[in-house]
Design a protein around this ligand. Structure first.
Ligand code: UDX
Length: 432
């Protein structure tokens, strides 16, 4: 099939590359000429394991352009994967999606199905279809389909190729048939619903996972006070198939481009209709508080952080991504700096983006050892594999005062028992 993709962020680019891999002819459109040039050379503008390799293997079916009119003119299917960032009031900003719809309307010269992959409020597909039909320049038949995205950053390619399900929200058999043809090459369960249900599945899924994380984080905080171990508790809970063992890792809260935005957006909608989702409100509040856990703990170990050298391991919101959006490091480091601490940070891929925000204030270290050297305190914000491979000995010998505050429970407690390092993690007893 001839497919166009609007937007080459995580959703758009990964979708485009996977669809090319399935044998479709794919044109990816982006407004950023520099980004398009980079992709034409086979380089992915985002750090995503496996993406560049899959891109390279399918370059003959991939075109990258800023010329949206040429891309949309004769496409049978057009995917929209542009951002729907959060507005100040928490609602979703649809201006990029609306702009793409207008561009499609101005360009389309054949019948097509327009597929919304961007996360949009329930009912948006209906409105976009009206807007598209009202603005069409050529007399063609168009339909909207909702096809929410469930990929996680860092495992985006694998998640797309082996998704637990493909959700398709359509209002006609024709649109369903087109969508089934698009995904014919993937052996995954397909859930077909109406468009509003598909839009809701996306928000309800993300918000449920966010809720699960906030729940386990609250239980973890209580475990810490009561002498229980959250990892044992989570294992005991997770073996019950009604609960499931995934997304029960306690830590310093969820970040990233989806959970924070989607919880706020659904909460906004529920308030708008005077049916406030109190569970989601609680998940948001718990997460905001949880993100500050390490800085609060740091202040317990020292009366003042003035002049203290603090090693920070990990800046990104999770490993295997260079994305800093809503990362706990973004709320903790400014407070540490305000407290007068000297922050020595290490992150294998997040440094470049962090430098844009804090070029001078933070000292960036090319190795973990350099960050730890002479430190009064070590804070772990991201569970990078290199961090998890560290030995207690490394902290003990390099740090001035070996106190490790681990926001991601990277190590079994026994690694630090009797090590001479104070190891304070989330929801588990502190060991020395
Ligand atoms: C998420 C959803 O998983 C995905 O389906 C959706 O399409 C986009 O949002 P992503 O944001 O890439 O994906 O990352 P994810 O792995 O879900 O983690 C989100 C945040 O939750 C991270 O900050 C992570 O550290 C945190 N998390 C996750 C926990 O704190 N505990 C867990 O058990 C799992």
């Amino acid at each position: 099939m001839k497919i166009a993709i609007a937007g080459t962020g995580y959703v758009g680019l990964v979708t485009g590359v996977v669809l090319a891999h399935l044998g479709h002819q794919v044109t990816c459109v982006d407004v950023d000429e520099k980004k398009v040039e980079t992709m034409r050379r086979g380089i992915s503008p985002i750090y995503e394991p496996g993406l560049e390799e899959l891109m390279a293997a399918n370059m003959e079916r991939l075109t990258f352009t800023t010329d949206y009119a040429a891309a949309y003119r004769d496409a049978e299917v057009i995917f929209i994967g542009v951002g729907t960032p959060e507005k100040k009031d928490g609602s979703a900003n649809l201006s990029y999606v609306n702009q793409v719809i207008r561009q499609i309307a101005a360009s389309l010269e054949r019948d097509a199905v327009v597929v919304v992959k961007s996360t949009v409020p329930i009912g948006t597909n209906d409105k976009l279809e009206q807007l598209l039909r009202a603005s069409l320049v050529h007399p063609v038949q168009v339909e909207l389909a909702s096809n929410p995205e469930f990929l996680s950053q860092g495992t985006a390619v694998r998640d797309t190729l082996h998704a637990a399900r493909i959700v398709i929200g359509v209002e006609s058999e024709h649109a369903e048939a087109v969508m089934r043809t698009v995904y014919a090459g993937l052996d995954q369960p397909i859930v077909v619903t109406n468009r509003r249900s598909a839009e809701m599945i996306k928000y309800a899924s993300n918000d449920f996972l966010a809720l699960k994380i906030s729940y386990i984080n609250e239980i973890a905080n209580l475990c810490e006070l009561l002498g229980a171990n959250i990892q044992d508790v989570a294992r005991g809970m997770g073996l019950d198939p009604r609960i499931g063992d995934r997304f029960l890792n306690a830590g310093i809260g969820y970040g990233g481009s989806c959970f924070p935005k989607d919880t706020k957006a659904l909460h906004w909608v529920s308030n708008y209709y005077d049916r406030e989702l109190k569970t989601i409100k609680a998940a948001i509040e718990v997460n905001d508080r949880q993100k500050l856990l390490l800085v609060k703990k740091a202040r317990k170990y020292y009366d003042s952080l003035e002049g203290k050298k603090i090693a920070v391991l990990g800046l990104t919101f999770k490993p295997e991504t260079d994305d800093l959006r809503e990362a706990p490091s973004l709320v903790n480091i400014p407070i540490l700096l305000d407290d007068g601490a000297q922050v020595y940070a290490w992150d294998p891929v997040g440094e470049t983006n962090y430098r844009k925000l804090y070029p001078e204030e933070v000292t960036y270290c090319p190795s973990i050892e350099q960050a730890l050297e002479g430190a009064d305190l070590c804070l772990i914000f991201t569970e990078w594999a290199d961090v998890k491979a560290l030995k207690a000995e490394t902290f003990r010998t390099l740090m001035k005062t070996p106190i490790v505050l681990d926001g991601r429970n990277c190590f079994p407690l026994k690694c630090f028992e009797g090590s001479g390092v104070t190891y304070d993690s989330v929801g588990r007893p502190t060991v020395h």
